[in-house]
Design a protein around this ligand. Structure first.
Ligand SMILES: Cc1ncc(COP(=O)(O)O)c(C=O)c1O
Length: 462
């Protein structure tokens, strides 16, 4: 038997620094070690089974053990384990994947650049926005707007765009030229007596005021996740994007659709941009692009941007960007196979078939005494925990009610994510109606337990 000092838990504490983890608490608590996966479930090192209600990190769309992806990765690795795209080099799967992505891309997007993560795709978009404006002689037009609660990654520029304070604190972020506007979260940000429509107008007015305050000649682009994911699954009002896009057009501000979570069927269409009728100049995607079996991301650009890159690289001698693994042939082969599976199995059709049941079960939990709002789009959603539903009064963050519910779900064999007091759900796209029932039966049980705990602790009295 492994001695405690040598156990995986002890060695994890000794050697491994975790992201998005309280490192002090980790020294006490140690890791939850996940050992294997099958379908929509994972198993820990003691053999306990959990439904992955967040698809890992919103990414394992086809679930675990998809043999076609395993086979294609093995074959691709045997054939050409590595090649790059520098200096005119290419490989057949990368070409096939670029062609395939353009064939399914929304609107005006016609060219693809590859990277390894969502954050890198965001950073690349930032670089190209700056490069593009230099190329067209608008070197003042460099500021980029994103939204409070938006999530665009963790690298220097992408974390700056992310509108969550804990990604900035003590990292000396955000960098200059990044601005954050109102989150389209009617439930929390809407004023007393304000309709959803009026709220959408106010969001657009806030954006316009920001652009005018900065000077339109200095504002280059706006980043939007069609549905905001890691900020708490925020679904904008119906008229929000038409109003926002009109403002962007008016001041010649480019739109970047960050589809890192939304892309590939999550919202009930291939792209969130289709669900919300967006017409982006850039679109970034990752995660479900390869069902997360290997790291790969893509940034799609319009002809207008591409032409500027061509003229600029002619002037400068080359397009001065690229990375060792951007367009890795094995990751590209897995992504291409993932897209084939989406098509052959009509994954978007499957999402449309089950999302009604998912949303109905969420709506029922919206009636629970602990839940202020249940919201969902396609096969992603959130239950927002409230201390007092009528007055929309949240619990204190230090009460950690969301984390308590997450913990009870975990005990009962379900992994979800508590983003503060927003309980996020984003099961694999292959999830069936029966599995949706399992997810929400466990959630119901966990919420009931949490309600008793809240009462026992006297958390409503404070
Ligand atoms: C919308 C969005 N953009 C970008 C990212 C960053 O992706 P990555 O973690 O692969 O760097 C994420 C990650 O969750 C995301 O949700």
């Amino acid at each position: 038997m492994t001695s405690r000092a040598n156990s995986a838990h002890a060695r994890d504490i000794a050697y491994h620094v975790h992201g998005y983890t309280n490192l002090k608490a980790h020294e006490e608590k140690g890791p939850m070690v996940i050992d294997r996966g099958a379908g929509i479930r994972v198993f820990d090192d003691a053999g306990k089974s959990y439904i992955e209600g967040l698809s890992g990190l919103w990414c394992v769309s086809l679930g675990y053990g998809e043999q076609r992806l395993i086979d294609v990765a093995t074959e691709a690795m045997s054939k050409l384990a590595y090649y790059h795209g520098f200096n005119h080099r290419s490989s057949d799967v990368v070409i096939d994947l670029a062609e395939k992505l353009v064939s399914i891309a929304p609107g005006r997007l016609s060219k693809v650049l590859f990277a390894n993560s969502g954050s890198e795709a965001t950073d690349l978009a930032v670089k190209l926005i700056w490069y593009y404006h230099n190329a067209i002689g608008k070197s003042e037009k460099k500021k980029i707007i994103s939204r409070i609660r938006g999530y665009h990654g963790v690298t220097v520029a992408s974390a700056s765009l992310t509108g969550l304070p804990h990604l900035h604190g003590d990292f000396d972020l955000p960098i200059d030229r990044i601005l954050h506007t109102t989150a389209p979260h009617y439930y929390r940000e809407g004023h007393e007596g304000e309709s959803e429509e009026e709220f959408a107008t106010r969001c657009a007015d806030d954006l316009e005021k920001m652009i005018l305050g900065e000077g339109p000649e200095t504002v280059a682009a706006m980043f939007c996740e069609p549905v905001m994911g890691a900020g708490g699954v925020i679904i904008p009002p119906k008229t929000y994007y038409p109003k926002i896009q009109a403002i962007l057009k008016k001041y010649d501000v480019l739109l970047v659709a960050d589809e890192v979570i939304n892309g590939f069927g999550r919202t009930g269409n291939m792209w969130g941009s289709e669900t919300f009728d967006l017409d982006p100049d850039f679109l970034s995607c990752a995660k479900q692009l390869s069902s997360a079996y290997l790291p790969i991301s893509a940034l799609m650009i319009s002809d207008r941007v591409y032409e500027a890159l061509v003229s600029q690289s002619e002037k400068l001698g080359m397009f001065g960007h690229g990375s060792t693994y951007g367009g890795h042939p094995v990751a590209a082969a897995v992504a291409l196979e993932t897209l084939k599976i989406y098509e052959e199995r009509d994954i978007v059709g499957h999402v449309r078939n089950v999302m009604g049941h998912f949303q109905d079960r969420m709506a029922i939990l919206g009636e629970h005494p602990l839940i202020g709002q249940a919201r969902a789009c396609g096969l992603m959603g959130a239950l927002e925990v409230m201390k007092d539903k009528d007055t929309k009064t949240p619990f204190e963050a230090s009460d950690k009610v969301g984390a308590y519910v997450e913990g009870r779900c975990l005990e009962n064999g379900l992994i979800i994510r508590a983003i503060g007091d927003n309980l996020a759900f984003c099961p694999p796209l292959i999830t069936t109606d029966a599995e949706i029932d399992e997810i929400f039966d466990i959630t119901q049980k966990s919420l009931d337990k949490a309600e008793t705990w809240v009462q026992d602790q006297g958390l409503r009295d404070s």
